[in-house]
Design a binder for this molecule. Sequence first.
Ligand code: 8YV
Length: 318
Amino acid sequence: MTTKQRIIQVGSYAGSPSANDRLAEGYDVFELWKHEDRKAALAQHGKGVTALVTSASYGATAELMDALPDLKAICSWGVGYETIDVAAAKARGIQVSNTPDVLTDCVADLAWGLLIAAARRIGQGERFVRDGKWGQIHGSIPLGMRVSGKKLGIVGLGRIGEAIARRGLGFDMEVRYHNRRQRDDVDYGYEATLTGLAEWADFLVVATVGGAQTRHLVGREALEALGPKGIIVNIARGPVIDEAAMTEALQSGKLGFAALDVFEHEPKVPEALRSGDQTVVLPHIGSATYETRLAMEDLMLANLKAFFDTGRVITPAE
Ligand code: 8YV
């Protein structure tokens, strides 16, 4: 009988079909989230543990790494890892892996769902029917906005941004993007400034990475440049948009609509964004399909296995 490798699991993978079970089957899992006194639990059980699994929700701080003197690998479930201190990991010789690519299509699909829902007032129309108002009162909901043929601006043309852009071509849209640097491997138009992109675009989709370097990247100026008819979509990370500035712009009519899967302090969603018909709000479900969540756990487990078998993870972060 081979003994199972000991790993630490920071939080429960409630949103994944079988990650918790598969981890428990293959490994001797120390479930950190079940311990109120994390510090004491780590001091007692952390020694000798070389691998840890986490996600963007649970993260991994330098302090956590310090409590695990033998840690060599952090395998995260999900593509974003802004809550994992990668610099601290590097400095300690700890590898970090994430799960890129497998969720690209589903997140891009959801961005389009949000965009169409906002432009065509799908949520508002649904509420109208569900509330029994159709036929009860004169008229219907206000007219929506045509989607096909419009100008699509992408903030952050990475893997997910590109998948969103590609779908835009199917809607006969002109696509431009803003990145820190222009890419020489794509034909989409480049806007050197975010405000320039927002001024040009009818619809602005935020698809950039999260973390300190993009916090409040989209602020009042860009939102007002997008304008009273503009729609902003965010499937990236809440803090990329200055939420207070966005709320103000919506309330003052300087911004048309916001369609959001992520929020600055999720799961807290400000009342101003939850009410009214200028927003579409979802509970961070970009990757939340059965197929994609299974693929994410497959890749996280593959990284973990590769680390134990070969000493190297397969998809290192950065
Ligand atoms: C997850 C995500 O739901 O992959 C990501 O970065 O945002 C989502 O797929 C999230 O990581 C949960 O923590």
